[in-house]
Design a protein around this ligand. Structure first.
Ligand SMILES: Cc1cc2nc3c(=O)[nH]c(=O)nc-3n(C[C@H](O)[C@H](O)[C@H](O)COP(=O)(O)OP(=O)(O)OC[C@H]3O[C@@H](n4cnc5c(N)ncnc54)[C@H](O)[C@@H]3O)c2cc1C
Length: 323
């Protein structure tokens, strides 16, 4: 495919998010020239971090730090295109808060549609089509744009694998946004990073998740203990997030995180389609559930039919003895 693809790069002080790297790798499946756009506090560090991924240039957007990133990024993108910068074939954004906000605002500014919740991209007739999961991941739908011009895609995390490619020095292009207008009058007044020990849920090689079958919030400590012993990230079903046992950042599933670890252990989780869509790509799945007919067993590689309150302490004890 001719032309370039741009990726909205999200970062934390110069460290790109895993999903941004996945999107850059995805773009390389279709075009040689991949560029990024970011509203970063450290564009120099970010450009260095992007070098192994073959990024041509990084549009580093400068604006008041308290501005909402989606407001600034959508304005910067529209401004660049209005200034006559060669438009990319497509813009890939993560299905994150900032990604969705940027896409929605840009769609209105440019009067072009968006395809969201994308889990795969396919090239057909020199154009990109998108695959999306519907009915909780039961069916795959393929969509295409019918108008000419820029394609806007919102892509789910873990849809693509991040791959390093021929390293390239990244050219930084500063973009100073001007005259954003009243949409820039919402301000970020504080932010904090949720404290979490151990690996991040969406990057961990092992995930141990608990569900309503744990019985009560106190028993979630068994999940955390097992996770610690396995150097795993603790996760959760929505049922126990909604019950307030654990924060939303722990939720795995359609409206939570998508995980693809080497090992996923589901404890007291029934296996609703909305949960499974977020973890069924795991390499190995172990389920512990007292109901032998629980749907989770249909996708489990190893199923333990038993009471979590009995199985978990024994498992923890056995692992402790091994160490
Ligand atoms: C639009 C929408 C989006 C959603 N998004 C998500 C999402 O992102 N993630 C998500 O997880 N859900 C999501 N849900 C909710 C989902 O449909 C289920 O309600 C939820 O996943 C159920 O959580 P659970 O398996 O913990 O609880 P339950 O379905 O109540 O299952 C509990 C399981 O524990 C077992 N159990 C009970 N006692 C024990 C014991 N002592 N030992 C072992 N096992 C035991 C039971 O047999 C049962 O299988 C969504 C729903 C909707 C409508």
């Amino acid at each position: 495919m001719n032309g370039s693809i741009w990726v909205l790069v999200e970062d934390q002080d110069g460290v790109p998010s895993g999903t941004s790297l996945e999107l850059i790798s995805a773009a390389h499946n279709f075009v040689e020239e991949v560029s990024g756009i970011a509203f970063s506090t450290n564009a120099t560090a970010l450009s260095k971090a992007l070098e192994p991924y073959g990024v041509e240039r990084l549009y580093a957007v400068a604006a008041e730090r308290s501005s909402l990133p989606g407001v600034v990024l959508s304005h910067a993108l529209a401004q660049l295109l209005a200034q006559g910068v060669e438009p990319p074939r497509a813009l890939l954004c993560a299905q994150s808060f900032t990604g969705r906000d940027t896409l929605a605002r840009l769609s209105v500014k440019l009067d072009v549609p968006i395809l969201t919740n994308v889990v795969n991209l396919i090239e057909i007739d020199d154009d990109l089509r998108a695959e999306h999961l519907i009915f909780g991941g039961e069916k795959v739908v393929t969509s295409q744009f019918t108008h000419p011009g820029l394609r806007l895609f919102g892509i789910r995390a873990k849809s693509f694998v991040q791959n390093e490619t021929h390293p390239k020095e990244v050219v930084i292009e500063d973009v100073n946004v001007e005259g954003i207008g009243p949409s820039n009058s919402a301000k970020v007044i504080s932010s904090h990073s949720e404290e979490r020990s151990g690996p991040k849920l969406d990057e961990a090689a092992v995930v141990v998740s608990g569900g309503r079958g744990l019985g009560n919030v106190e028993n979630y400590s068994l999940v955390e203990e097992l996770a610690k012993l396995l150097n795993a990230a603790p996760g959760a079903s929505r049922a126990i997030v909604d019950a307030g046992w654990v924060p939303y950042s722990y939720q795995v599933g359609q409206t939570g995180k998508t995980v693809k670890p080497n090992l996923y252990i589901a404890i007291g989780i029934s296996g609703a389609t909305q949960h499974m869509v977020g973890m069924k790509g795991s390499k190995n799945i172990i389920a512990i559930n007292k109901d032998k007919d629980a749907p989770i067993f249909q996708i489990a590689d190893l199923g333990v039919v038993g009471d979590a309150h009995k199985v978990l302490p024994k498992l923890i004890e056995a692992l402790k003895q091994r160490q």
